[in-house]
Design a protein around this ligand. Sequence first.
Ligand SMILES: [Zn+2]
Length: 329
Amino acid sequence: MVAIKDIPGVQVFRDIRNSLKKHPTKKYKTRSLGVITHIVVHHSLTKTGSAKAYAEYHVDTNGWPGIGYHFHIAKDGSVDWTNSLETISYHVGNSNKTSIGIVLTGDFRVEKPTEAQMNSLIALIRYLKKLLSIPTTNVKGHSEMPGYSWKQCPCIDMNDLRKKVDSSFALPQKPQNNTPTPDYYVVQRGDTLWNIAKHLNTTVQQILQWNPEIKDPNKLQIGQRIRLKPSASNNASSGTNASTPAKTKYVLPDGILKLGDKGEKVKQLQKALNAINFKCGKADGIYGPKTQDAVRRFQSMYAALKDDGIYGPQTKQFLYQELKKRGLI
Ligand SMILES: [Zn+2]
């Protein structure tokens, strides 16, 4: 069975297949992934709801073996995995056997899906398309499926959705990648400067430099505000403070690098990957499987990047942003 741990572009992904209500005796049939040809989108027809509630309704009221859908997308954009892809659940009659069902909570006859929902829907469809080799033309709304033209489901502009799935329409990145560093941290009970520094991926020395008024790093007050950036006044002097070693600067090579390549450019790439914690082993200038894997792991963080493990101009651009954020370039 396919195991899905994480979907690029989806910020919260929960595998709740085993916690949803199931019929005591009835079981859905199963299939091999090869028979899946379509992805079908539904709305719940309810303004509020949850995968748990739909599962209970499908089992208790409809008498089905379990929830009818494979995935649920809540209004906050979080995605629930509700049935294995191999499960032939009920959501589109004659086409159940060849379809994956995705439901969005909402009644889109009278309201619109949230932006977070649409972003997650696009990310999920892109992921499933790739996994199951499904063409975008086979991503359908329920009412577009044979025999369902009467159905008011999902009441989403499917042509627009398909266009976005195929375009380079960029999805927001995971929060840790695009949240700017706040200006201050407010000390909580139990905090130490060391914990705060570790949490923020910086050093105690750096924090003390930004907060010259802290005389004794062992005496923090709950509620005290700690500056997380150089203030305008001590910015100018920060470069001359001998206690802070200058950060190493990294260089990103041009061109394309891939498995089997060797040389100085590969070494530069490896140093940069290691610097942002995409560990690829010693920077030995050899683009081996470890380097390829680190590149792939990095690429998988971004919906806009193909995770092929090959370093090129696009990957360079995203790496550059990561290094820049950390002041490493
Ligand atoms: Zn439907």
